[in-house]
Structure formats: structure tokens, C-alpha cells
Design a protein around this ligand. Structure first.
Ligand code: 13P
Ligand code: 13P
Ligand code: MG
Ligand code: MG
Ligand code: MG
Ligand code: MG
Length: 364
């Protein structure tokens, strides 16, 4: 039987403000998943990145399974109930609907799933981010699976040498396209370099074996109003035909700028942190990413290992603080503030509306 890893997440309320998930919510979610182990689930692990509650689940039911999605939805609803009782901030924030209809996709929660035949040993890395959007993974997925200056295995390991296939989603036009690397890497970059619109959904080996899966849900597009950022998740398999664990996490040493941060409206540096530091503070950020490493063994999650809780990532964290100062100095100016096109999905249009009658046409 194949094993499925499902990572389903939502912000159902946090404290104080948008900074972190309350331990009582984590306990409630962990207890509910434990109860499902042995029936629906094989194993589970609950954590948080900032204000996002992360459910990591293993089972044999495949992707998009109704029972698994309903379990996650019910847990989010219960946790949102507790968040409301405690008057936590943004209780139920990401739960856009109130009736479950077969799948959490389109209802607010973010979902990354992959089904695979377990290898003799199967290292799996789960990445979880707060205060940013799904396209934030694009840069890293390219570095990991397509950049030979980053992943040396692409050059020196015969099992990686033929390259990978990337599935890219256009989240505006709702369409998808496949690119093979290395031969189409420039074409791939032409799209994924615009991460607010083009998002890598899957990466496969050329024989179709799954290597990476991400959440691509864009909350504000689904809701048609501002509901914060999507705060995406990603699953990556490592070693034996895939990049090594170290090749997967090494690109996070580069402090790239991503969209999100305060009010989902600013560019900021993407800071890799240990789970103990996965709390958004300064200007509701900076945007953060955690990585938990597991060995998947007959569906059991051996782990986790907190991959960025490591002095090897101290320097990038310092660089993120430096970049944060430079960007913050811009105040309300671009490019700290997102472009006008992106600001359409924030609270700015509400301000512009107040002045729509005060504008006068200029003479020709
Ligand atoms: P080990 O000899 O420690 O298993 O390392 C092999 C390897 O591929 C490291 O990337
Ligand atoms: P979240 O998407 O993490 O809730 O962020 C919302 C926000 O406005 C932060 O300032
Ligand atoms: Mg929030
Ligand atoms: Mg367990
Ligand atoms: Mg969040
Ligand atoms: Mg959010």
C-alpha cells in the first residue's frame, strides 16, 4: 500500500494579535488527531508557524480524501470555537465557509499532500511558513531541484542527472503547465519569477515519482476580500533519487524577499527559524519558515527534527534583520509596500474609495 502525507493548515485564531497559536488550540488539535490514529490516520503531528495551526497527517487514503479533509475541517472548527471563547484574535479567520462539502480546498485552509510508495528509507521534510504567500516556495524549489550550483547531486549523482518536471499553476487564470528541467529551465523561470501569480504545485522525477508538493491556495482571491496571507506549506522527499536533506535546506541560507508581513501588504525577508522562534513579532514578522524533518516508516512519522534550529542558519537570520531595517525605513513606500496590483486584495481600496469623487480630470 502507498503512504499519503497530508499537511493541512489554517489560522483559526491567535494571540496576541497575529503573532502565534495558543497552546490550548495546539493541544486540542493534537488530541483530536491522536483519537483518529488507528482508524482514519496512521500517525500525526501538530505544530504551528506563527498564527497558523499545522496538522501533519499520514494515512493510506490518497490525496483529496473526503474523510481526511473532513477531519481537518472539524478540528479547525472546534479550535475556532475555543478561540472564540477565549476571544483570541481573528478567531475562525481562515474558515471561509461554514458547511463542509467534500474537500477543504477553496474553503480557506491550505493543503499540501503527496502519495507515494515508501522507499527502503524515506526522509520527508515539511516546510511551514507564516506571513507570506504560496509563491514564496518557487525560488527554493528551483534552487533545490534545478540549480546545479545549489544541488550538487544534479551534477554528480546519476539518479538526479536527468532532471525534474515542475507543475506550475497560474492562480489568476486558474490553469496549469508542465516544464522539464534542465532543458526548459529558462522558460520555467520566466513564469515562476512572478510568484504572486505563478506557483509551483508539484515537482516529479522524470518517471513520475513525486518529489515535492505545495499548498497553492490564495485566500484573498478565494474570499474576494482581505483575510491576511495564505501562509503556505510544502512537503519534500529527500535522498536516493532526490536532493539530499542538506541540499533541500541549504537554499534557505539566502534571505530572499517575499510578499506578506504586516497586513499582508509588504515585502519582507523570509527568515528560517526553529519552532521555538516561529512567532511573528516585529511588524508582525518578519515572514518566517520552519522545517520539520521525519523518516516515514510504514506510515509512521519518525521525528520530528527541527531543521532550522541550528547555528548554521544564524547568519541568514542576521541578514534578515538587516534587510528588515532597510525595508522598514521605506515606511509606506514601495517596494516595501506591495505593488498597486497586489494592494487590490488588501485594505487599501477602502481608503481610495473615500477620495473617488475628489479627483478632477487634467486637461488634455
Ligand atoms: P553519509 O556518508 O554521512 O551518509 O553522507 C552521504 C551523503 O550523501 C551526504 O549528502
Ligand atoms: P495572517 O495571515 O498571518 O493572519 O496575517 C495577517 C496580518 O494582517 C498580519 O499583519
Ligand atoms: Mg492571523
Ligand atoms: Mg505519532
Ligand atoms: Mg498567518
Ligand atoms: Mg494567514
Amino acid at each position: 500500500v502507498k503512504t499519503t502525507v497530508s499537511v493541512i493548515k489554517a489560522d483559526v485564531g491567535s494571540f496576541p494579535g497575529h503573532s502565534r497559536t495558543h497552546p490550548k488550540l495546539l493541544e486540542m488539535a493534537a488530541r483530536r488527531l491522536k483519537e483518529a490514529e488507528g482508524s482514519i490516520l496512521i500517525d500525526s503531528y501538530v505544530t504551528h508557524c506563527g498564527d497558523d495551526l499545522e496538522l501533519i497527517m499520514t494515512h493510506t487514503k490518497g490525496e483529496d480524501n473526503e474523510e481526511i479533509h473532513k477531519l481537518a475541517w472539524d478540528i479547525f472548527m472546534e479550535c475556532a470555537g475555543l478561540a472564540k471563547e477565549m476571544k483570541l484574535y481573528g478567531a475562525g479567520q481562515d474558515l471561509l465557509g461554514d458547511a463542509f462539502s467534500g474537500n477543504v480546498k477553496g474553503m480557506g485552509p491550505g493543503v499540501a499532500e503527496m502519495e507515494f510508495e515508501e522507499r527502503g528509507s524515506d526522509p520527508v521534510l515539511v516546510f511551514m511558513a507564516d506571513k507570506t504567500e504560496p509563491g514564496a516556495w518557487n525560488y527554493f524549489l528551483y534552487k533545490i531541484f534545478a540549480d546545479p550550483f545549489s544541488t550538487s547531486g544534479l551534477v554528480i549523482d546519476p539518479s538526479l542527472h536527468e532532471g525534474f518536471t515542475f507543475e506550475v499553476h497560474d492562480v489568476i487564470e486558474k490553469r496549469k503547465i508542465l516544464f522539464n528541467t534542465p532543458e526548459e529551465s529558462y522558460s520555467l523561470l520566466a513564469y515562476i519569477g512572478a510568484p504572486s501569480r505563478y506557483v509551483i504545485k508539484y515537482v516529479w522525477k522524470r518517471d513520475g515519482t513525486i518529489g515535492a508538493s505545495t499548498s497553492t491556495q490564495r485566500l484573498n482571491l478565494m474570499a474576494g476580500r482581505y483575510v491576511g496571507k495564505d501562509d503556505p506549506v510544502m512537503i519534500i522527499r529527500a535522498q536516493s533519487g532526490f536532493p539530499a536533506v542538506g541540499e533541500v535546506i541549504d537554499p534557505f541560507r539566502t534571505p530572499i524577499l517575499v510578499a506578506g508581513w504586516m497586513r499582508g501588504s509588504h515585502h519582507g525577508p523570509f527568515m528560517p527559524v526553529g519552532v521555538c522562534d516561529a512567532n511573528c513579532t516585529q511588524f508582525d514578522g518578519p515572514p518566517r519558515v520552519i522545517c520539520l524533518g521525519f523518516q516515514v516508516c510504514n506510515g509512521k512519522l519518525i521525528g520530528p527534527a527541527d531543521m532550522f534550529d541550528d547555528p548554521a542558519f544564524n547568519r541568514v537570520r542576521d541578514q534578515c534583520c538587516e534587510l528588515s531595517s532597510v525595508l522598514r525605513a521605506h515606511g509606506p513606500f514601495e517596494p516595501h509596500r506591495l505593488s498597486l496590483e497586489e494592494m487590490e486584495y488588501t485594505t487599501l481600496p477602502g481608503v481610495e474609495k473615500q477620495f473617488k469623487d475628489r479627483w478632477e480630470d487634467l486637461p488634455e
